[in-house]
Design a binder for this molecule. Structure first.
Ligand SMILES: C[C@@H](N)C(=O)N[C@H](C)C(=O)O
Ligand SMILES: [Zn+2]
Length: 212
C-alpha cells in the first residue's frame, strides 16, 4: 500500500490544466450532503472533468442508488488544521511514537498538506445512498479514522457481507470512471492529483493545488 506520506507521491511533477471548479450544489443530478459545509461552500466544489466522471459513475449504479457527496475541494489551510489535529491525537494515544512515525501514521487518515489531494479540487469523499437519501451500510461511517474504527475504514478491511458488497459497488463504478481509491479510506477517491498520477503512471498531475 502506498501512503500519501510516501516520497514517491511528492515526487510526481505538478501540472494544472486550468479547469474551473464547479459547484456541485448546482448539478441537479448529484446529491451533496451538508455535514462538512463551510460558509463559503468550498466543500461542494470539484473540477469540471471530475464532475463529469462522477456523473458517469452514478449512471452506472443500479436503479434506485445514488452517490452522496460529502467533501470535494478543501482549502490548504483547512488541510493543515486536519493533519496537525489528527497527528496530535495520535501523539496523545501513542506517546512512544517518534515524529517520523507520527507523520506516516497520520497520513493513513489525513494527507500531509504538501501533497493534499482535496486541495486540487479533483478528489472527493463520497458514499452511496438510496434515491431518498438514506446512506447504505459501508461498515463504518464516512471519515471514521483508523484509530476510531480499528482500521475497519481501510477499503479492504474485513466487514460484514452487505457492507463489503456496497464498498465493492462504489469502487467498481468509480474505478471505471477513472478515479483511484486511497486504500486506507473506502470513501476517498482521487482524480488528477499526485496520488492519482502515481497510481495510474501519468507523467504529471492534471490538477495542482488551487487557492479558491
Ligand atoms: C480526513 C479525510 N476525510 C481525508 O480526506 N483524508 C485524505 C487522506 C486527505 O486528507 O486527503
Ligand atoms: Zn478524502
Amino acid at each position: 500500500m502506498i501512503l500519501l506520506s510516501d516520497r514517491r507521491v511528492a515526487a510526481v511533477p505538478l501540472r494544472d490544466n486550468g479547469e474551473p471548479l464547479v459547484d456541485l450544489r448546482e448539478v441537479s443530478e448529484l446529491r451533496v450532503d451538508p455535514r462538512l459545509a463551510d460558509p463559503d461552500g468550498a466543500y461542494a466544489h470539484l473540477r469540471e472533468n471530475a464532475v463529469d466522471r462522477l456523473l458517469a459513475a452514478q449512471r452506472a449504479l443500479p436503479a434506485g442508488l445514488r452517490l452522496l457527496i460529502v467533501e470535494g475541494y478543501r482549502p490548504l489551510g483547512l488541510q493543515k488544521t486536519y493533519f496537525d489535529g489528527y497527528r496530535d491525537e495520535l501523539r496523545r494515544s501513542h506517546p512512544d511514537w517518534d515524529p517520523a512515525r507520527l507523520h506516516v501514521e497520520a497520513s493513513k487518515y489525513v494527507s500531509p498538506p504538501e501533497v493534499a489531494p482535496h486541495s486540487t479540487g479533483g478528489t472527493v469523499d463520497l458514499t452511496l445512498c438510496t434515491a431518498e437519501g438514506t446512506e447504505l451500510d459501508m461498515g463504518t461511517l464516512v471519515n471514521d479514522s483508523p484509530l476510531a474504527s480499528a482500521d475497519a475504514c481501510f477499503t479492504g478491511a474485513p466487514v460484514p457481507a452487505a457492507a463489503r458488497a456496497n464498498r465493492d459497488l462504489l469502487g467498481a463504478v468509480l474505478s471505471a470512471a477513472g478515479f483511484v481509491n486511497y486504500p486506507t479510506e473506502w470513501w476517498h477517491w482521487s482524480f488528477g492529483d499526485r496520488y492519482w498520477a502515481l497510481t495510474t503512471r501519468a507523467p504529471a498531475t492534471r490538477y495542482g493545488p488551487v487557492d479558491r
